[in-house]
Design a binder for this molecule. Structure first.
Ligand SMILES: [Zn+2]
Length: 496
């Protein structure tokens, strides 16, 4: 295997350990550093020299499992290279979000102060965050093996899941397509922003980004995309896993098929995430165009930092409900008013209306009543629980589970938001029906994509029977509780 320790050749040895590495090297001494991919092993941007990342720095420390690897510049394709390459991407991602999360009093991972990372958790063409660790995998053998942890795009995406989970743990079990898709989009947006934190990327991408054109920046996970295409040519885009420079426009995801070739939009969360990611990429482009007469790479640094701040401030307060994209979008406009005196508000609104995430007149009215044809067959029960949550029981019979209904927790009511502020609330009955339709479709999409793990000895037929083969593909599980089945999330992953 390419990752054997003895095959690693240290190009230029450095000091053991990373703690003191931020000190300036003495005069005449070789500056200690590492080398890493700029954004992906298959990106034309290639390798870069980097200072030694301090993996265990607080807040948001990491610990890569396995033996310690001495600091050094290693050859790509070796396990030692992958260690420091991943360490660089992990640290850059945490350092990107940490100061913005701190403004919302968030200073640790959901699992604790240190997030474990496994760089080779087995044979699989994927990567995941499961609230115990970030896990990366390998596929293939020998020289053709790929390791998902070798792609900074993928490492940043998964770390993005963990950062968002630290800020909004309530998104974890939210039973809506848009909340799941937003989590995926946040991962890809994290990859974009982490790359834009590198001065050489800002220089190289400026022209393409101003024009909102595809670029190595917008192409997320080129190498993994190519690997997936070998067996599933239509499953991912032709030049990468997902491209942020896209033209996707919002439609209520409940109305979309559970899966589709990458050239169409579907309700599968990674596929649907492209709507928000595309809007964010376009937003960066138009913030540059419309704020600066002749945008420079330094202006791009400003815009990326401002957009990151607006996104975090919006996400921090957006209510968990079916139209989560619109909820985040309207709050980005609010946050801009509060933070930048409305400098970007017009651009944000124009982009989000152009993408149909918001409607010009009354944006909240559309997604508050998502499409759903099976409402009449749904039964609603157990409207209990305190606080802002209620538990819905979704009829599981249409999925082939006749023994019990599926319990999901949803908010008690749906906020309808108008641009730029001004909020009203639907009646409890209307909003409960909307929440129920959306949760029901989310469960349907999970079943159709074989993403649900079933408890042992449950009688199934129909679509639920196919869930028996979900295995590691499962992002959710149904577990028995008081004669019902409760839906809960197992992990977020990175592929489609
Ligand atoms: Zn993901």
């Amino acid at each position: 295997m390419a990752g054997k320790k003895k095959s690693s050749r240290r190009v230029r040895p450095g000091a053991q350990g990373a703690r003191g590495s931020r000190r300036k090297a003495p005069r005449g001494a070789v500056e200690v550093g590492i080398q890493a991919w700029v954004d992906d092993p298959s990106s034309p941007w290639g390798l870069m020299e980097r200072p030694v990342p301090v993996l265990d720095a607080a807040p948001f420390a990491f610990s890569i499992t396995g033996v310690a690897i001495p600091v050094g510049r290693y050859e790509p394709g070796t396990a030692d290279f992958r260690h420091w390459n991943a360490a660089d991407a992990l640290r850059r991602t945490a350092d990107l979000w940490a100061p913005l999360l701190a403004r919302h009093e968030v200073k640790r991972w959901q699992p604790g102060a240190t997030l474990p990372v496994s760089l080779d958790a087995g044979s699989e063409l994927n990567a995941s965050y499961d609230r115990t660790q970030l896990a990366f995998f390998h596929a293939g053998r020998g020289k053709t093996a790929i390791f998902t942890g070798e792609s900074p795009d993928i490492v940043c995406h998964e770390t993005g899941h963990a950062c968002l989970d630290a800020l909004r743990p309530d998104l974890w079990d939210a039973p809506f397509i848009e909340t799941a898709a937003f989590h995926e989009s946040f991962g890809d947006v994290t990859a974009l922003l982490a790359a834009l934190g590198l001065p050489q990327v800002r220089e190289k991408v400026l022209g393409m980004l101003v024009a909102n054109k595809p670029s190595p920046l917008s192409r997320i996970a080129e190498q993994l995309g190519a690997a997936v295409r070998q067996t599933h040519p239509q499953a991912v885009e032709s030049d990468c896993l997902r491209n942020a420079a896209n033209r996707w426009k919002y439609v209520a995801p409940e109305s979309l098929p559970a899966s589709a070739p990458a050239k169409e939009l579907s309700a599968e969360p990674h596929a649907f995430s492209r709507v928000f990611t595309g809007a964010f990429h376009e937003l960066l482009s138009r913030m540059l165009q419309e704020t600066f007469a002749s945008p420079s790479a330094d202006d791009l640094a400003t815009v990326a930092a401002d957009a990151a701040r607006l996104l975090i401030d919006a996400v921090a307060s957006a209510p968990v409900q079916p139209d989560f994209f619109a909820q985040v979008g309207t709050r980005m406009i609010d946050a801009d008013g509060a933070t930048f005196a409305g400098r970007y508000g017009g651009v944000i609104r124009a982009v989000l209306v152009g993408r149909r995430i918001l409607t010009a007149a009354a944006p909240g009215d559309r997604p508050a009543t998502p499409a759903g044809k099976r409402a009449a067959s749904l039964r609603m029960a157990a409207v209990a629980t305190g606080g802002e949550q209620q538990t819905l029981e979704i009829d599981a019979a249409p999925y082939g589970l006749s023994s019990a209904g599926i319990l999901v927790d949803v908010p008690r009511s749906v906020a309808v938001t108008a641009v730029p502020t001004g909020k009203r609330t639907l009646s409890v009955a209307d909003s409960t029906a909307a929440l129920e339709r959306s949760a029901d479709r989310f469960i349907g999409v999970l079943f159709e994509n074989q993403r649900i793990e079933l408890p042992a000895r449950v009688r199934v037929r129909g679509i639920a029977a196919t869930a028996r083969g979900a295995g590691r593909r499962a992002t959710h599980a149904l577990s028995r509780t008081d004669g019902h089945l409760r839906l809960s999330r197992l992990r977020f992953d990175g592929a489609s």
